[in-house]
Design a protein around this ligand. Structure first.
Ligand SMILES: NC(=O)C1=CN([C@@H]2O[C@H](COP(=O)(O)OP(=O)(O)OC[C@H]3O[C@@H](n4cnc5c(N)ncnc54)[C@H](O)[C@@H]3O)[C@@H](O)[C@H]2O)C=CC1
Ligand SMILES: O=C([O-])CC(=O)C(=O)O
Length: 345
């Protein structure tokens, strides 16, 4: 995955004038041409995410789509002196062109929460947006890896799967709910309490992406720290409520955008590395799963040339985590079923 140090090296590459980086990896190996499409590119997440993807040397073509505002965002981002070509597409009639030939499609299109709302309160608007966009993906780039950011992720991923199944293009290896922000938060909060440098911290986060369905596994966090049970409980709650913390702080002006753009860029980078054959790329993601009895579940996933290479198991859980796992299942199950039902109406 893209480490913070890599963002620094991307920045210095960009400031050196890195046109050659679109075709060359870090070890001077030629890397394949890759098209990445961002759907919702003019939004709060979409804009900084487009910027970060423009800095990624694994991207050769960056396609920025939204219902409005993309000409400006694309013109702006295109002036950055990295190698990728940037094209903006606006409105339904340009969606096909935006998607054609895409290797990775990132979807941050949809409305964000306001204080007092749950992610599920976004369902009525975002479910329809995701359904429309996935119908076009099935038509124009059926083999792309789809990175779903739009909430409620616990329902939008099943919606996408059903749309792809109906179109006859579903491949469970290619559909991902982006839960990377939960991991990013868990790492940050853990490093603070454990008093260790955050750059070396790892924390798996499993389950789903809403409230108690977000289950950080601090018992597996590295480096190990002897944190008291009440500290682990507080860290777990803060990770579960991380999105709400930002929604409240923004006081009606939306939800996490900058940290989400960072997390989305990390996950897309991991997908590109996997596609390019880089070994041992492992990230947590909400995918089709047999890890529990639920059909979709977030856990560590090994990424490869076809997307998901292996869905990894949960590993040993503490009693507290085991309880958290049992408590999250009913909510996650009903969010998944809601998505499936909507897509088949
Ligand atoms: N998975 C995660 O961890 C996170 C997910 N989110 C979710 O990401 C979504 C976007 O959040 P923001 O960027 O803050 O919202 P925003 O409102 O700032 O941007 C959304 C963008 O989507 C565009 N859009 C709407 N309908 C569209 C369509 N049919 N096709 C293409 N674009 C369309 C809008 O024009 C807008 O530019 C929300 O659903 C939010 O809840 C936010 C943070 C974290
Ligand atoms: O909380 C929200 O609505 C946005 C989100 O998913 C997050 O920040 O984790």
């Amino acid at each position: 995955m893209m480490k913070p140090s890599m963002l620094r090296s991307l920045h210095s590459a960009a400031t050196r004038g890195a046109s050659h980086l679109s075709r060359r990896g870090y070890a001077s190996e030629p890397v394949p041409e890759r098209k990445v499409a961002v759907l919702g590119a003019a939004g709060g997440i979409g804009q900084p995410l487009s910027l970060l993807m423009k800095l990624n040397p694994l991207v050769s073509s960056l396609s920025l789509y939204d219902i409005a505002g993309t000409p400006g965002v694309a013109a702006d981002v295109s002036h950055i002196n990295t190698g990728s070509e940037v094209v903006g597409y606006q409105g339904d009639e340009e969606l096909g062109k935006a998607l054609e030939g895409a290797d990775v499609v990132i979807i941050p299109a949809g409305v964000p929460r306001k204080p007092g709302m749950t992610r599920d309160d976004l369902f009525n608007i975002n479910a329809g947006i995701v359904k429309t966009l996935c119908t076009a993906i099935a038509k124009y780039c059926p083999h792309a890896l789809v990175n779903m950011i739009s909430n409620p992720v616990n329902s939008t991923v099943p919606i996408a799967a059903e749309v792809f199944k109906k179109a006859g293009t579903y491949d469970e290896k290619r559909l991902f709910g982006v839960t990377t922000l939960d991991v990013v938060r868990a790492k940050t909060f853990y490093a603070g309490k454990a008093n260790v440098p955050v750059a070396g911290v790892n924390v798996p986060v499993v389950g789903g992406h809403a409230g108690i369905t977000i289950l950080p596994l601090f018992s597996q966090a590295t480096p190990k720290a002897n944190l008291d049970d009440d500290v682990i409980k507080a860290l777990t709650k803060r990770t579960q409520d991380g999105g709400t913390e930002v929604v409240e702080a923004k006081a009606g002006k939306g939800s996490a955008t900058l940290s989400m753009a960072y997390a989305g860029a990390l996950f897309a980078d991991a997908c590109l590395k996997g596609l390019n054959g880089v070994p041992d790329v492992v990230e947590c993601s909400f995918v089709q799963s047999t890890v529990t009895e639920l059909p979709y579940f977030a856990s560590k996933v090994r990424l490869g040339k076809n997307g998901v290479e292996e869905v990894l198991g949960l590993g040993p859980l503490s009693d507290f985590e085991q309880q958290g796992l049992e408590s999250l299942k009913p909510e996650l199950k009903s969010s998944i079923e809601k998505g499936i039902k909507f897509a088949n109406q």
